[in-house]
Design a binder for this molecule. Structure first.
Ligand code: NAD
Length: 299
């Protein structure tokens, strides 16, 4: 079975290079019409970035269809305009890959509040802006596939990336609620934590690994997660052709009654509280309260 995107319109943010470019080229090869968003030349983010234009040219040279957009994901109005232009030319927007991103790494002790805010703004608010800009269209169409780009830093932490990690786990949280709200409109929302050799990571990878971790080795996960038969609410890791799944789990816990319901009681029961036997993967926040009721009844 070949996965195709004929008659689908896709927006990939930050697609002038790295992972976004790889996703956009593969989507176009498989029939999608693709908006290549990346920061424009002008200070207000308008205009067309050279990098985005180069990707459009590459797609068109291969017989595909694409348009460039120089809006910044941090500006909601620019994202709304981008969506309007895609709809004007191609009649809808079916796929959004929120991929644009920046780094301002420093230990938290040395990080300026402005650098924390900027990184959260580009990744988290930026992805919320783009998703908001397409949401109503996807609801009206009763079709939408949205992919958030998280990171192992968000899921598990990484020294020197407090701003980035906060934003990236925020995106996984955003995806979980949008998955619930989008379900009845056939909007599926997933999260991808990629590992790839790009300009963002070029100083971290040794040369050989840089090649093995080519962005093209992440693209299969991104494309499946925005395809017709995509799952929803998945958190997928991908790098160098290895594909993984991550989960947010919850242990059954322990009911501490009477005198045991104290900080000392929590300390005394720590290993039982954190025991992962029979842990679950809640499908919504309400399941925490349901599991609490079950644990109370059991114990
Ligand atoms: N490379 C990795 O190993 C890795 C790991 C985890 C997560 N990620 C995430 O994957 C995504 C892609 O990263 P990459 O490695 O390809 O890096 P990259 O730097 O090549 O790509 C990011 C792109 O986003 C664009 N961009 C930045 N700010 C923007 C804005 N305000 N509006 C529009 N475009 C903007 C940049 O111009 C750039 O082209 C990012 O969200 C990144 O955090 C990458």
């Amino acid at each position: 079975m070949t996965i195709r995107f004929d008659d689908r319109v896709a927006i990939v943010t930050g697609a002038g290079g790295g992972l976004g470019r790889a996703y956009a080229i593969e989507l176009a090869k498989r029939g999608a019409k693709v908006v290549i968003n990346d920061l424009g030349g002008a200070r207000d983010g308008t205009g067309h970035s050279d990098a985005a234009l180069a990707v459009v040219e590459e797609i068109e040279a291969a017989g595909g269809e694409a348009m460039s957009n120089g809006g910044s994901v941090t500006e909601y109005e620019q994202m709304a305009e981008m969506v309007a232009k895609a709809k004007e030319r191609w009649g809808g927007v079916h796929i959004l890959i929120n991929n644009a991103g920046v780094l301002r790494d420093k230990s938290f002790a040395k990080m300026e509040p402005a650098d924390f805010e900027f990184v959260v703004r580009v990744h988290l608010i930026g992805s919320a802006n783009c998703t908001k800009a397409v949401w109503e269209t996807m609801r009206e169409q009763a079709y939408g596939r949205v992919l958030m780009t998280a990171s192992s830093t968000g899921l598990y932490g990484n020294f020197g990336q407090a701003n980035y990690g906060a934003a990236k786990l925020g995106l996984a949280g955003l995806a979980k609620t949008l998955h619930l709200e989008g379900a009845k409109y056939n909007i599926r929302v997933n999260t991808l934590a990629p590992t790839a050799g790009t300009r963002m990571t070029e100083d971290l990878f040794p040369e050989e690994a840089f090649k093995a971790f080519a962005p093209e080795k992440v693209a299969p996960a991104a494309l499946f997660l925005v395809s017709e038969d995509a799952p929803s609410n998945a958190i997928i890791g991908a790098g160098a052709g290895v594909f993984q799944a991550a989960y947010v789990t919850l242990t059954p816990g322990v009911a501490l009654k009477g005198d045991a319901c104290t900080p000392e009681g929590v300390a005394a029961h720590w290993s039982a509280i954190t025991d992962r036997t029979d842990e679950i993967v809640p499908q919504s926040g309400a399941e925490q309260a349901m599991l609490i009721m079950k644990t109370l009844q059991a114990g």
